[in-house]
Design a protein around this ligand. Structure first.
Ligand SMILES: *[C@@H]1O[C@H](CO)[C@@H](O)[C@H](O)[C@H]1NC(C)=O
Ligand SMILES: *[C@@H]1O[C@H](CO)[C@@H](O)[C@H](O)[C@H]1NC(C)=O
Ligand SMILES: *[C@@H]1O[C@H](CO)[C@@H](O)[C@H](O)[C@H]1NC(C)=O
Ligand SMILES: *[C@@H]1O[C@H](CO)[C@@H](O)[C@H](O)[C@H]1NC(C)=O
Ligand SMILES: *[C@@H]1O[C@H](CO)[C@@H](O)[C@H](O)[C@H]1NC(C)=O
Ligand SMILES: *[C@@H]1O[C@H](CO)[C@@H](O)[C@H](O)[C@H]1NC(C)=O
Ligand SMILES: *[C@@H]1O[C@H](CO)[C@@H](O)[C@H](O)[C@H]1NC(C)=O
Ligand SMILES: CC(=O)N[C@H]1CO[C@H](CO)[C@@H](O)[C@@H]1O
Length: 822
């Protein structure tokens, strides 16, 4: 409360109005809902939201991301809360810097947008262990996501903490803040049956617990067909137009419309066409939807070891409208922005009006919303991918391409069609930003483990996650065995067999690396067998097991095991009787020495002597260090790790994530991408046959103006000489726009157009990067475009016959295609 003192020099009336302003700007909003929509202060709302997960970017990036989301036509930002990041050790909290979610919410609030807070605290999200801290797993007697008192107490403690923090800052709409919706649990409905009655009891408990927190805004549960009142069940998926809420009186809400897809090691990069996202969103609103959220609007990066999985890449770009570095991704961002403004014109009709659907046949329909006291709004829906149609409606003709939707906010003028993209396509390029790095190196000291010396021992083969508490990817398993030539199994070469639950194994016998093996995606258990020479007498077996992101999804995902866990570990020689070492005394060591001494940290006093002499190539278990300067500007910084194999990278002591370049994307999914076909995540990929991820985001806020330190840990062996720093910049800009529209091109704030590589008005073919002229082509197209664009940072051209010389043909729908360079 502001203190009013008598010697205040502010006139009383002004003071009163100032106070009034403070109060009114923080006026509580009444958020309710009915079967049509979320209602804010008595008004039904049509809400467009987008997910931005604060720990997948940096606090420095948040204001710009939120600004671009607002410019893209969003009303709300949706985020999860990431429990494991906030409470890495029990009752030790971190809400600072890039984890200051209160600051994130305030930035969204300052931009005038709403917030949808999905507390979970289970989040899935392709995030390590679904966002659960690993210490939960280590509490004796705990069972996660079911009717277990120990778990429920922890979930309640954390959820209450978050709600209290938010309340203290008055961030709930009921307090005048931006948070209009809150979520408890997440996609539990997909698996509730697997948890039996305990699952049902847990579900009801979640609802009671959430309601008792008295947030004053509705609680939602996504993918929860039986969401108990008063929570609202919402839909997640690529398409949600068929979704029906589980209760009359609940609005049709879409919490996760996947704008693309996440990527695993061994996959190409997923892309979902802008036309297809727009089609799904338009169809959802045409079918009575009133709240929809893009998952993701900005995907970002799985920094450090936050990537879930197992085997998910470090980038979480998701083919979202804002790319991993925060750049606007065109045409997706612009094409959706246009959709949002067209839909917003129909807010009243869509949320208050009645629907009259007229089926025209062949999968074509007119969907008309009419409300008293407002203009009617129409959608011309063509679900038939093989059928371009001209719809005649109220005497006007509308061209509706196959599998597309036209939006007519006044039922007369076509404001938008999901398949007619007038937004430019922008191809980003990477530009070199560093001279050759000068490297030092340091071998990870593994003498002790090669000798079999760990820090504790056990008479069995332990499960890895429980043993490490996920404090490191690495766990060493070591034992020794005495052999002699009169052993019945003796042979000059015998097989070492290790059965492991994954995810990666490196095996050493008598200090020699005898082999490595990785799990395959989806099947993390594997059998390692390698013939090797043992020696008479004492033999030491050293096994290094590594995890690569913990499971985040599925019934009982938290119980998935990793590491050699029971084995068996055997020596197989002559005869059928393997020598089983599983019940030997095993010695253990968690993590790497370099991790323990924080060798990657500029302030570490590990005493490691970095060597500058002959740089080893293809040396396993090696640390590399260099320094670099950061180029000026705001362009995204990326590390090109070509030449490296598998490991982690740190910039000024901050872990930018795991890398794994030897994991090559398979050949599936990189075929042609047809927007006329329903999208699924196995289509439309790029980069098959190449490393799944070659470039790694270095956030600008991790760097300084002085020299920066880069440290790599290479597990398998690589050629560090090829590593270099690059900046991400706008490269080629293209558009292909139908007659009757305006073609607009922009360098997106990075300089001006220097060259027009292609321009054709007529029936040009192909796409950005591979345009060719068709059978008709106006000869002056290149001149017109050059005149309008060269030297400009943006330009626009009316795509009309009158602007161009004769194209010499009677093509019914001509278009102008342009390819330009900034
Ligand atoms: C909030 O709105 C609902 C219906 O829209 C109404 O029933 C309720 O009284 C309102 N609450 C407040 C505190 O204004
Ligand atoms: C629905 O639209 C059709 C075609 O315009 C019209 O004939 C019909 O009367 C309308 N129905 C209602 C209930 O308004
Ligand atoms: C789609 O259009 C084609 C061509 O006009 C037609 O043969 C087919 O029956 C249509 N399919 C549906 C489901 O309407
Ligand atoms: C070996 O590990 C098991 C499982 O963690 C544990 O119960 C047992 O006490 C350990 N034994 C020794 C000797 O530490
Ligand atoms: C060799 O191994 C066999 C069988 O384990 C044992 O009986 C014998 O004593 C061993 N001999 C030597 C020299 O260690
Ligand atoms: C060792 O194993 C190989 C391959 O199985 C076999 O051919 C050979 O006879 C064995 N040597 C002895 C000494 O048993
Ligand atoms: C190892 O010990 C376990 C538990 O005591 C037992 O079930 C198993 O049979 C033993 N394995 C071998 C190969 O002796
Ligand atoms: C609700 C919904 O649409 N779920 C779908 C989401 O996408 C996955 C993967 O394509 C499908 O398996 C689900 O059915």
């Amino acid at each position: 409360m502001m203190e009013i003192t008598s010697h205040s020099s502010i006139p009383f009336c002004l003071l009163v109005s100032l106070l009034f302003c403070l109060c009114s700007s923080a006026a509580a909003a009444n958020v309710t809902y009915d079967g049509r929509a979320i209602i804010i202060d008595g008004q039904r709302k049509l809400l467009i939201s987008g997910s931005i997960h604060y720990p997948r970017s940096t606090a420095q990036m948040w204001p710009d991301l939120v600004k671009k989301a607002k410019e893209g036509g969003l009303d709300a930002i949706d985020t999860y809360i990431f429990w494991d990041s906030h409470e890495p050790r029990k009752r030790e909290y971190n809400f600072e810097g890039d984890l200051d979610f209160i600051n994130f919410i305030k930035i969204v609030q300052a931009a005038g947008l709403y917030v949808v807070l999905r507390i979970g605290p289970y989040v899935c999200a392709e995030w390590n262990y679904g966002g659960f801290p690993l210490w939960l797993h280590q509490i004796p007697g705990i069972q996660l996501r079911t009717n277990n008192d120990i778990y429920k107490a922890e979930m309640q403690t954390f959820t209450t903490l978050i709600v209290d923090m938010v309340k203290k800052e008055n961030l709930l709409a009921s307090q005048g803040g931006p948070i209009i919706l809150t979520q408890i649990e997440n996609e539990y409905g997909n698996f509730i049956d697997k948890y039996g009655d305990a699952g049902k009891q847990y579900l009801q408990w979640c609802v009671n617990m959430a309601v008792s927190l008295d947030v004053g805004v509705p609680w939602i549960m996504c993918q929860q067909a039986d969401a108990p009142p008063p929570t609202i069940n919402t839909c997640n998926g690529f398409y949600c137009h068929k979704f029906v809420p589980n209760r009359e009186g609940s609005p049709k809400m879409w919490t996760e419309n996947w704008t693309g897809w996440f990527q695993a090691w061994g996959d190409g990069q997923p892309h979902r066409p802008a036309e297809d996202v727009a089609y799904a969103v338009a169809y959802f609103f045409a079918s009575g939807g009133t709240y929809q959220n893009y998952y993701m609007y900005h995907g970002g990066t799985n920094f450090a070891r936050t990537s879930g999985g197992p085997f998910l890449v470090t980038s979480y770009d998701y083919d979202a409208p804002l790319d991993e570095y925060g750049n606007i991704k065109q045409p997706k961002w612009g094409h959706l922005k246009q959709l949002h403004s067209a839909i917003k014109l129909m807010e009243k009709a869509l949320t208050y009006g009645d629907l009259n659907t007229t089926n025209i046949g062949n999968g074509v329909a007119v969907m008309k919303y009419s409300a008293e006291g407002s203009t009617s709004g129409c959608f011309l829906v063509n679900v038939n991918g093989s059928n371009d149609v001209t719809v005649t409606y109220n005497g006007n003709a509308y061209f509706v391409p196959g599998r597309s939707i036209s939006v007519l906010p006044d039922c007369v003028q076509e404001a938008y069609n999901t398949a007619k993209v007038t937004t430019q396509t922008t191809l980003m390029i990477n530009k070199p930003a560093s001279s050759k790095f000068s490297w030092q190196w340091h071998p990870e000291k593994i003498k002790d483990t090669l000798k079999g010396k760990g820090s504790f021992s056990n008479n069995s083969l332990l499960e890895q996650i429980m043993t490490t508490g996920d404090t490191s990817d690495y766990l060493w398993y070591m034992t020794s065995v005495t052999l002699n030539q009169s052993d019945p199994l003796w042979n000059d070469t015998m097989n070492l067999r290790v059965q492991t639950k994954g995810h990666i194994l490196h095996a050493y016998v008598n200090k020699h690396l005898i082999g490595s093996q990785y799990a395959t995606k989806g099947n993390y258990k594997f059998d390692f067998r390698q013939a090797t020479k043992f020696q008479v007498g004492h033999n030491v077996i050293t096994l290094l097991s590594a995890t690569d992101g913990l499971a985040n999804y599925g019934a009982f995902f938290d119980m998935q095991r990793a590491g050699i866990d029971g084995g068996p570990v055997q020596i197989i020689g002559n005869g059928n009787h393997p020598l089983d070492l599983s019940n030997n005394t095993w010695s253990y060591k968690v993590g790497l020495n370099g991790e323990r001494s924080q060798i990657y940290s500029p302030s570490s006093h590990h005493g490691a002597k970095w060597k500058s002499n002959t740089l080893p190539t293809n040396a396993p278990m090696t640390w590399y260090k260099t320094t670099f300067e950061v180029p000026a500007g705001n362009g995204g910084l990326v590390l090109d790790l070509e030449g490296m194999t598998k490991g982690q990278a740190w910039v000024n002591g901050k872990n930018i994530g795991r890398y794994w370049l030897s994991f090559i994307a398979g050949n599936n999914g990189c075929g042609p991408c047809d927007r006329r076909q329903p999208y699924n995540s196995d289509n439309c990929r790029t980069g098959c046959g190449k490393p799944s991820q070659r470039w790694y985001h270095v956030p600008r806020s991790y760097t300084t103006q002085g020299p920066n330190t880069l440290v790599l840990f290479e597990e398998v062996g690589g050629d560090v000489a090829q590593v270099n720093l690059q900046t991400v910049a706008v490269g080629t800009v293209c558009a292909n726009v139908l007659e009757g529209s305006t073609l607009e091109l922009s360098c997106q704030g990075e300089g001006s157009f220097t060259d027009i590589q292609f321009a054709s008005f007529g029936n040009p073919q192909g796409s950005c990067g591979s345009f060719t002229k068709g059978s008709c082509d106006a000869p002056n197209a290149l001149d017109v475009v050059k005149k309008a664009c060269i030297g400009q940072s943006q330009c626009s051209i009316d795509v009309a016959e009158s602007v161009f010389s004769s194209s010499g043909c009677s093509e019914p729908r001509k278009s102008l295609a342009v390819q330009a360079v900034c």
